[in-house]
Design a protein around this ligand. Structure first.
Ligand code: ZN
Ligand code: ZN
Length: 373
């Protein structure tokens, strides 16, 4: 069951942006992993809070949710970044850009904060991995607002020091209690902890300096890339805050399984069936390779598990010349479901066999050992 984002953040349905940000920041601090090592649910709670914030902090998402609920968001393709991330650290990075404590407004208006990293996945075929390819990736990110260039102010207007916190980003509240004075500091809710406020907020981003955007990028995938390798594109992640540099984009490359080949480092392995009588007599078999089908000689007397190496038919190594090999495992298949005539022929053959027919030139074990070397 997905909980109502307003309920998750504990804000009213008409809460303003500042209030939502504040609620999320305080929840995020509460659920921080360093504080919650003992609580296995903290991560789930944080993801829930992050998702709620993601929806309510974005005008378009919020309006969609208000009208159509989660279903509306799903059907309009508003994927949640919060749920796509693997770990706590990723989420913190994405939402706050680097050090979470530093980004929680504690440093007032001073700190430049680098934007968070973005992770995106792309799937390619084994052939594309062998040749190298250009993969198009599409991803959502928080980008610097084009209109104000991230300054948060309407072009031509000024950014002023926040009067509420005198530019420190934090406000102290003093309460008198029976035990004495209780001083509590919290993030300034006028400037959201940034210490500065635009005199006229930018009309395009509502004074946030950053906007959600969908980007499409062509990524060069080098020949020889392995499944689950990541490509880092520096500066393509979320926009920084307060003049900080953008984060990076990590493209996780998935190489789809190919039913013809197994991959073993830069080597490829294929298994080819050879009927036992053909293996005994000698034959040729067609072997699929990355460069098309190839005919491979099966000498007379070929035994099960024989491995034929096709040099240079494997995968390239990234940034190096040459390619690995293709190991062709000859799977000698004993015929089944024999007809009466076949039984007759095989019986006849069996009766003629002598020790000489059975003598091994080399044991299977030493053959396998040779192939593995
Ligand atoms: Zn703007
Ligand atoms: Zn302030």
């Amino acid at each position: 069951m997905r909980r109502d984002p307003y309920e998750v953040l504990g804000v009213a349905p008409d809460a303003g942006d500042g209030e939502i940000k504040k609620a999320f920041r305080s929840l995020a601090r509460e659920l921080h992993p360093d504080v919650n090592r003992h609580d296995p649910e903290a991560e789930e709670k944080f993801k829930e809070a992050a998702e709620a914030y993601e929806i309510l902090s974005d005008t378009e998402r919020r309006a969609t949710y208000d009208r159509y609920g989660f279903e509306g968001l799903d059907s309009r393709g508003f994927a949640s970044a919060a749920h796509g991330f693997g770990s706590f650290a990723d989420i913190f990075d994405a939402f706050f850009g680097g050090d979470p404590f530093g980004a929680f407004g504690g440093r007032g208006g001073a700190g430049r904060v680098q934007g968070g990293d973005v992770a995106v996945e792309v799937e390619i075929t084994l052939e594309e991995a062998a040749r190298g390819t250009t993969a198009q990736v599409a991803y959502d990110l928080v980008d610097a607002c084009e209109r104000c260039g991230g300054s948060r102010a309407e072009p031509g207007t000024q950014v002023q020091t926040c009067r509420n916190c005198q530019g420190t980003g934090r406000v102290r509240a003093v309460t008198r209690t029976a035990f004495g004075q209780l001083v509590r500091e919290h993030v300034c809710d006028v400037c959201g902890g940034e210490g500065r406020v635009p005199s006229e907020p930018c009309t395009a981003c509502g004074g946030r300096g950053r906007r959600a955007a969908r980007k499409t990028l062509d990524v060069d995938v080098p020949a020889g890339i392995a499944d689950e390798q990541r490509i880092r594109l520096s500066g393509r992640g979320h926009a920084g805050e307060r003049g900080g540099p953008p984060g990076d984009l990590y493209v996780l490359v998935r190489v789809a399984a190919d039913e013809r080949f197994l991959r073993d480092g830069n080597d490829l392995v294929t298994v080819v069936d050879v009927p036992a009588p053909a293996a005994a007599l000698g034959t040729k078999v067609g072997v699929p390779t990355l460069d098309g089908d190839e005919e491979v000689d099966v000498p007379a007397g070929t035994q099960p598990g024989t491995v034929v190496t096709l040099r240079g038919r494997g995968m390239p190594a990234i940034g190096r010349r040459g390619r690995g090999d293709q190991q062709v495992v000859l799977n000698v298949v004993i015929p089944r479901n024999l007809s009466a005539r076949q039984r007759e022929l095989l019986s006849e053959l069996r009766d003629t066999l002598t020790d000489e027919n059975m003598r091994e030139d080399e044991s299977i074990l030493s053959k396998v050992r040779r192939a593995l070397r």
